[in-house]
Design a protein. Structure first.
Length: 405
C-alpha cells in the first residue's frame, strides 16, 4: 500500500514539473518565438483582424472605383479607400501582420492618388458641364428678348462658350454620353442665330437727310422722337431726366462710351426710367477721319461699355455719328456691328444757343409730327416748354424703336 502511494506521489510530481516553466520550454519550445505571452497573442489577433477588415474595405473601394456611375459613387470609393489606409496605418511594427500591412498600405496609397486624380477630372468635367448649361440658358434668355443684332451676337457668343466648355470634358468621363447631344444642340442653335443675324442685317436701315422723308413717313402721325446726344453726364443728363419724368415722356439717348464708363449710374437711371439707349461712339471723334477698323472699334467699344453697365437687354439698336459726319464706310461698319443709323430732321442747335432758350424752343416747335428732334444732354433749357407746346398740339412722344419698329 505504501508502495502504491509512492507511485501516485511520483506521478503527481512529474505532472507539476511538466506544467512548470522548465518543462514548458522542453515540451513546446517554438511557442515563445511566436507568442511569448498570452497578452501578445491577443494583440496579434486584434491587429490581424484589423488588417483583414481594412483589406476588405479597400477591395470594395477599388471595385467601386472601376464601375462608378456618378460623382457621388466615386467620392464614396475614395472615402472607403481612405478609411482602409487610416486603419492600416495604425498597425504597429511589432506585430506579425505588420509586413503585409506595410506592403498593401503602399499599394493603396498609390491607388488613392489615382482616385484623387480621377476625382479632380470628374469634378472639372461636372463644373464645365454645369457652366455650359448656364451659358446656354443665358443664350436662351437673350434670344427671347432679342430686338437687335447685338442681342443675337451676344447669344451666339454665349452658345459658343457653352460648346467650348463641353469640348473640355474628357472622352472617358462618366458624363460623356450627355455631352455629345448637347454639343450638337448648341451647334444647331448657333446656326439658327447666324441665320437670324443675317436676316436682320438685310433689314437694317440708314436715316439721313437725303432719305429722311421716306422714313419719317413710316412714323406714327402726330409723333416725334426726342433724342439726346453726348451723355451720360450727371449734372446735365439728370436735369433732362427730371423733366422727362415729370411729363411722362420717353426719349432716346445717344451715349458716348467713355461717359458710360465714367458715369454708369446715370445710364442705369436712363434705362430704369424706360428710355432707349443708342450708340454715339466711344470717344466722340469725327468718323470719316478714321480708318474702317477704328470706326468699328469706336462702335464696338461703346456697345461693350453699355452692356457692362446695363446688361445685354439694353444693347443699342441705333447709331448716330458725332457731328452727323459719316461716309459710306461709316454706314457699312455700323451695319456690320448690327446697328441702324439715324441722324435727325430738326436740329435745335442747343449746343450753339445755350443761353438762348427761346431760339431752341421755337426751333423744336416747328415740328408738325413725324420728326426726329436733336438735343444734347446739356440742353435742358427750354425742354419743358417744348414738351408742353407739342403736347398741346396733340403730338405724342416715342423712342426711335417705337417710331420705326
Amino acid at each position: 500500500m505504501l508502495e502504491e502511494r509512492g507511485k501516485v506521489i511520483a506521478l503527481g510530481s512529474l505532472a507539476v514539473l511538466l506544467l512548470s516553466g522548465a518543462a514548458y520550454e522542453v515540451v513546446i519550445p517554438h511557442i515563445p518565438s511566436l507568442c511569448p505571452t498570452l497578452n501578445n497573442c491577443a494583440r496579434d489577433k486584434q491587429f490581424d483582424k484589423l488588417y483583414h477588415t481594412a483589406v476588405r474595405t479597400a477591395n470594395s473601394a477599388l471595385e467601386l472605383t472601376g464601375q462608378y456611375q456618378n460623382l457621388l459613387e466615386l467620392k464614396e470609393s475614395r472615402d472607403r479607400l481612405m478609411s482602409a489606409i487610416d486603419q492600416l496605418a495604425t498597425i504597429p511594427e511589432d506585430v506579425n501582420i505588420y509586413p503585409k500591412a506595410e506592403q498593401v498600405l503602399g499599394e493603396y496609397r498609390n491607388k488613392l492618388q489615382e482616385v484623387d486624380k480621377r476625382l479632380e477630372i470628374e469634378k472639372q468635367a461636372s463644373a464645365n458641364f454645369t457652366a455650359g448649361q448656364k451659358l446656354a440658358e443665358f443664350a436662351s434668355n437673350e434670344v427671347e428678348i432679342a430686338k437687335t443684332i447685338g442681342h443675337y451676337q451676344s447669344a451666339k457668343a454665349d452658345l459658343e462658350k457653352a460648346k467650348a466648355k463641353l469640348e473640355q470634358i474628357p472622352a472617358d468621363s462618366i458624363i460623356t454620353s450627355q455631352v455629345q447631344p448637347l454639343k450638337a444642340e448648341y451647334q444647331t442653335r448657333i446656326k439658327t442665330i447666324e441665320g437670324q443675324i443675317a436676316q436682320m442685317r438685310a433689314n437694317l436701315i440708314h436715316i439721313y437727310w437725303s432719305n429722311q422723308d421716306h422714313w419719317m413717313a413710316k412714323m406714327p402721325e402726330k409723333s416725334v422722337a426726342l433724342t439726346f446726344d453726348d451723355g451720360p453726364v450727371p449734372q446735365h443728363t439728370n436735369k433732362v431726366l427730371d423733366i422727362l419724368k415729370k411729363h411722362g415722356v420717353k426719349g432716346t439717348f445717344f451715349v458716348v462710351g467713355r461717359n458710360v464708363d465714367n458715369f454708369c449710374p446715370t445710364l442705369q437711371r436712363i434705362v430704369r426710367e424706360g428710355h432707349e439707349v443708342a450708340n454715339h461712339t466711344y470717344s466722340h471723334n469725327s468718323l470719316p477721319k478714321l480708318s474702317p477698323q477704328f470706326q468699328k472699334a469706336e462702335m464696338e467699344k461703346t456697345q461693350k461699355a453699355i452692356q457692362k453697365c446695363v446688361g445685354t437687354k439694353h444693347l443699342p439698336f441705333w447709331f448716330r455719328s458725332p457731328y452727323g459726319a459719316q461716309n459710306s464706310t461709316t454706314l457699312k461698319v455700323a451695319h456690320s456691328v448690327g446697328l441702324n443709323t439715324a441722324l435727325w430732321t430738326i436740329d435745335t442747335l442747343d449746343w450753339r444757343y445755350r443761353n438762348n432758350a427761346d431760339y431752341v424752343v421755337n426751333k423744336a416747335l416747328q415740328s408738325q409730327g413725324q420728326d426726329i428732334i436733336l438735343f444734347h444732354d446739356h440742353g435742358s433749357a427750354g425742354l419743358e416748354r417744348i414738351i408742353m407746346g407739342l403736347k398741346n398740339r396733340g403730338i405724342q412722344f416715342v423712342t426711335l424703336s417705337e417710331a420705326l419698329p
